[in-house]
Every structure is written in structure tokens, then in C-alpha cells.
Write a new protein. Structure first.
Length: 358
């Protein structure tokens, strides 16, 4: 940009981007960059305020939570303000933290699921009330979701809710193979059997075995057609279970209500933790009665259930989870200890070093 931005005797050659104004948007309280097998120092070093360019930036702070619904009633405005302050306290990591940034956080009683007999059912009843009757309503799943920190917990909740959906299920099995472009593909094809590849579960690609029913909500895991709104994270409702495709209706974004066809695709995981590359031919969809907290970033939901059978494990996860909701009454948390007993507090993780120079 140096030559372009040097004109009329003004020399901007020593300024970043030739002096062009660049706007960076984000929230340091949210989940930071994901660094494969990286430690706390690696994650902090990858943040933008660790860059040498940060000294050239001017920080502008937004102070109003636009996701929370406003009210003209004074008492409700006070409640909204207090709830917004509580969310910020989660993001700021208020409390005594250990070396790993972990803080014990007591959760207000009104936000807790306390049913000890069948707590998961109670959480489901809150997020999806009268499930079997209301699931036929077109926008029932649009602003509702259960969030969990790990894929294991998400799969557990999704399987439980899928079992409640009436009708026949259809199973889709992937075809997995080592990438031919890999330098050691011949050796790896002997080491990595089909069964081994089938067992791999990682972020960004669907599982080897997918089970769907008509009427269940799913999430797209790849950018297919951005102009048509078919992007990674788009949610849909299954309408038709074809042999090699899924017919569905979009329920989020500007293309809500459109009918689409999602076919099988060749997918290569980008997980840097895998020491080899393989191709999975599968329909790029996943059930989304529940989703990971990381996947929920950017979404606004009227009813959010947070399922914590295990505590969050990285900076910003708890903050992202509690800040997806549009009102205090739309949030409930189920916290379990190692023996599956209901708890009233959980662990928050905040790397306070990331707030330097902000």
C-alpha cells in the first residue's frame, strides 16, 4: 500500500498498511485463537494485542450489551443491567484465580437446574418445552439450544433428544481413506486401517456414522454456497432422508425458509493435531439439538441451556456460553460433579494477561 498511499506530498510509507485505516472488531473476553496442542503462553502470543502492530492501534470500547432485550419498565431495566454486569464479571474473571487462570464461580440459584432425580430431562424441558408437540412448529428450534464445552457431551445430549423424536431413523456411513497426495500415503495405508480412520472424531468434519430423523435440527459443517446462505454454522431442519443426500429447510440467516439439498462431499480435516491427512466422504451435517460452546460464538438465542458435566477448559468459554442469551429468564445451567451430582458452582477460565493494553 506504500506507493498507493503516498500522494500530494504526503509520505505514509512508514505507517502500517500505508496509512490505510483498518478496523478490527472483537472481544478479548471471548474464546481466543485455537492453537493445536498449544499452552497458555502460545494462545496469548497469538492474540492481536501481542503483535508489534498493536502499538499503532487506537482502542474503542463498546459499553452496551445489544443482545440483551431492553425494557421501558424501570425494575426490569435494573434487572437487565445487573445481569449484564454479572456476564461481564464472568468475562473479566472476577475472583481469585490459580496459575492456570481457573476461578470457582458460584451461580445464582435462579439460573440453576437443581433437579437431582433426572437433571438432563429438566434442562431439556426448559430449553425445549413440550418437545414432541412444539417440534412441529417451523421456528421452534431457531432460537433455542443446549451448549456444552466438549464434543462428547454434545453427542450425549443429541443422542438423547434424537431418541425422543418419533419416526424412523436413517444411518449414513462415511467412506474414509488416506489422502493420495500425502508423501507417505503408501506406508500410511498399511498402518491406518479403515476401522482406525472410521473411529476418528475431530472438529470440523462429521462423524463416520450419522443418524438422522425427519424433523430434527442439524448444523452445516462446511461452506457450500455462501450466496445461498449455506455456510459453516447454518442450522436447518431435516425434511427428507435420501440415499446420498439430505433435504432440509434453512432456519437461520437471511435465507430462512428455503429448501435445500445437502449431498455427500469429500472432506479433509484441517486439525493440525493429526500427523497425516485423510479424506472422509460424508454428508457435512451434525445434529444440533446441542452444540459446542465454541460453535455457538456469534449466535443469539432466546433459550439457552448450558450442560456442564465437565467444566470449561479454556479462556472465554463460560463467558461465551452465558452471553448467547437475550434475557436472564432464558438461561439455565446444569452443573454436575465427577459423580454426576448437581452442583451450584463451576470453574471459569480467564487468562487475564490478554487484557493488557486494552
Amino acid at each position: 500500500m506504500r506507493d498507493i498511499m503516498s500522494y500530494d506530498g504526503v509520505d505514509n510509507t512508514d505507517k502500517p498498511f500505508g496509512g490505510v485505516t483498518v478496523v478490527l472488531g472483537g472481544d478479548f473476553r471471548q474464546i481466543l485463537s485455537v492453537i493445536g496442542r498449544g499452552n497458555r503462553e502460545d494462545i496469548l502470543a497469538s492474540s492481536v494485542n501481542s503483535s508489534k502492530l498493536w502499538s499503532h492501534c487506537k482502542v474503542l470500547t463498546l459499553i452496551t450489551n445489544m443482545r440483551l432485550c431492553s425494557s421501558t419498565v424501570r425494575s426490569k431495566r435494573v434487572e437487565i443491567r445487573k445481569f449484564a454486569e454479572w456476564i461481564l464479571s464472568i468475562g473479566d474473571g472476577i475472583g481469585s484465580a490459580n496459575e492456570s487462570g481457573e476461578i470457582n464461580v458460584p451461580i445464582p440459584d435462579e439460573l440453576l437446574i437443581k433437579d437431582s432425580s433426572d437433571p438432563l430431562c429438566s434442562l431439556v424441558d426448559f430449553v425445549y418445552p413440550n418437545f414432541l408437540q412444539n417440534m412441529k412448529i417451523s421456528n421452534f428450534f431457531e432460537e433455542r439450544g443446549i451448549l456444552a464445552p466438549t464434543l462428547e457431551d454434545v453427542d450425549h445430549v443429541n443422542e438423547f433428544l434424537l431418541s425422543l423424536v418419533p419416526g424412523d431413523e436413517k444411518e449414513y456411513i462415511s467412506s474414509d481413506s488416506v489422502c493420495k497426495s500425502d508423501d507417505n500415503s503408501e506406508v500410511q495405508s498399511e498402518w491406518f486401517t479403515t476401522e482406525f480412520l472410521n473411529d476418528i472424531k475431530c472438529s470440523g468434519i462429521p462423524n463416520h456414522k450419522l443418524i438422522f430423523k425427519v424433523g430434527c435440527p442439524v448444523m452445516l459443517m462446511r461452506n457450500i454456497d455462501q450466496a445461498a446462505g449455506l455456510c459453516n454454522g447454518t442450522r436447518l431442519i431435516v425434511d427428507n432422508l435420501g440415499k446420498n443426500f439430505i433435504g432440509a429447510t434453512v432456519i437461520t440467516g437471511k435465507n430462512t425458509g428455503e429448501k435445500v439439498i445437502i449431498p455427500r462431499m469429500n472432506l479433509v480435516p484441517s486439525d493440525p493435531g493429526l500427523p497425516f491427512k485423510f479424506t472422509r466422504r460424508q454428508i457435512p451435517l451434525a445434529l444440533c439439538f446441542a452444540m459446542t460452546i465454541n460453535k455457538s460464538q456469534g449466535q443469539s438465542l432466546s433459550h439457552v441451556g448450558i450442560y456442564l458435566s465437565k467444566p470449561v477448559f479454556t479462556h472465554g468459554q463460560l463467558y461465551v456460553a452465558v452471553s448467547r442469551v437475550t434475557s436472564k429468564k432464558g438461561l439455565k445451567m446444569l452443573i454436575l460433579d465427577e459423580e454426576n451430582h448437581v452442583c451450584t458452582e463451576t470453574t471459569n477460565v480467564v487468562y487475564r494477561d490478554v487484557f493488557r493494553n486494552v
